[in-house]
Unconditional design. Sequence first.
Length: 138
Amino acid sequence: MMNFKSERHIRFLIIGGLFLLCGTSLAQKLQQAPANDPAVHWLAPAAAQLQVQNKLEILQPQLQGLTPGTTPYTDLLRRIFFYKAILRGLLSEMTVAQAIDAALPDAASVGGLYEQAFTPESTLRLLYDEAVTLLTDL
């Protein structure tokens, strides 16, 4: 027969395992085909940097018209963090596809690491698709 401490430890392990699985599955779900698809023609890193800088110049002034803490403000801030993270990756000599993939955790954790687990996959997928469209040579 289990005692109270054993049950509590088991519950703790199960909950911890679920959080670990959620984090792992989030990273796996967001792996999109274009990053590995040889048919996708990514912009050269220098051209991609310019595109991202131009995008940031459009996005950043829009924050001034929004109220901090509101959903539109947070959504726009998430996009800005995402594109800044892509730019950091490109400046660190990552490929365009690697920079986009590496930027997803920054977009997911706008409110800190706690929020990362609660950012909808659909939100991150939209950001990913937007960046792929911006940074590919169609």
